[in-house]
Design a protein. Structure first.
Length: 315
């Protein structure tokens, strides 16, 4: 893995790699929606397969880094993994109840909650621009969540308000994932950190899946292909490349580029799922993205990757 990344360093323009990564993460909601398996099962295998694909490289290339992880850092990484598990669980479930456009836009709002959490828990300064961005995004969330209901316009979703709420929960838990892992990424190499976090995440999702009584096997080949595609596309080609790009581009450039995910997912949902976004979804979504942009471009920017310590989710 490290040799491949070094070849990327020499031959691949970072902006081109970032564009490919944004396209890859934009497919996540489509793959989740295509699958007929229970949401927790989808989330579990998405994380498990990503872990199994990354762990061999992490163990062979960074064996010494694993031994140097302190117990306290291991506990923090475990907390990050728990938060990530609930992020995947809530976001995947939200796609069962609301449209791709609404769900992906709302879950992408996690930088707003990172800013609030950093202020409340880490005593970081919050600029006026950040406050304005948060308020603007909240207005957009309200418009998106209740606009269709108030206008009486039918949407292609069974319970959009509930689904939107789950997407917001996904954004909050993604923010917890980012905040828990922010300091660790300064001390622990990427692949060992991801392996620990994803392993904990997979165990938590496995427990939730079994607690809900869902079967782990017996799914048709199409489902297993989709599970693997979720790991390879959005996982490896998406967030792994985004994290590689963070070493070559300013974090603000990467953060703002992630706003392309809701746009890409909405377009893919239109073409592949026939989901036509309603007026309130388009207007509210644009306002939410504007608020996220203001927050991401504030004087005290925060890491806005949904699986940030993959450092995105995500998604």
């Amino acid at each position: 893995m490290s040799s491949r990344l070094s070849r990327l360093d020499r031959h691949v323009p970072p902006l081109a790699a970032l564009a490919v990564a944004i396209l890859a993460v934009s497919t996540s909601a489509i793959l989740v929606t295509w699958s007929d398996a229970p949401s927790l099962v989808k989330a579990f295998y998405r994380v498990l397969f990503t872990t199994l694909l990354l762990a061999p490289f992490a163990v062979t290339r960074h064996a010494g880094d694993f031994r140097q992880i302190r117990r306290r850092d291991l506990l923090v990484a475990a907390a990050s993994g728990v938060a990530l598990a609930f992020h995947f669980a809530s976001w995947f479930e939200s796609l069962e109840w609301t449209t791709v456009a609404a769900s992906v836009t709302l879950v992408q709002a996690q930088p707003l909650f990172v800013a609030v959490g950093a202020w409340a828990l880490l005593d970081e300064r919050v600029t006026g621009r950040t406050v304005v961005g948060i308020l603007v995004a909240v207005v957009g969330m309200v418009v998106m969540s209740v606009g269709d209901l108030l206008s009486g316009v039918a949407v292609a979703a069974p319970r959009p308000l509930y689904g939107n709420a789950l997407a917001v929960v996904g954004a909050v838990t993604a923010a917890g994932y980012v905040l828990a892992g922010r300091s660790l990424r300064q001390r622990i190499a990427l692949l060992p950190y991801v392996t620990v976090v994803y392993s904990v995440c997979a165990v938590v999702l496995l427990g939730l899946t079994l607690a809900e009584g869902h079967a782990l096997v017996g799914y048709p080949p199409r489902e297993w292909i989709l599970f693997l595609a979720m790991a390879v596309g959005p996982g490896l080609f998406g967030h792994t490349v985004i994290n590689w790009a963070l070493a070559h581009l300013e974090s603000s450039v990467v953060s703002v580029s992630l706003l392309g995910e809701p746009v890409g997912s909405t377009l893919l949902a239109l073409v592949l799922l026939g989901q036509v976004p309603t007026g309130p979804t388009l207007v509210g979504g644009a306002v939410v993205l504007g608020g996220i942009y203001l927050t991401s471009k504030s004087d005290n920017p925060t890491d806005s990757s949904p699986e940030g310590a993959e450092s995105t989710p995500a998604e």
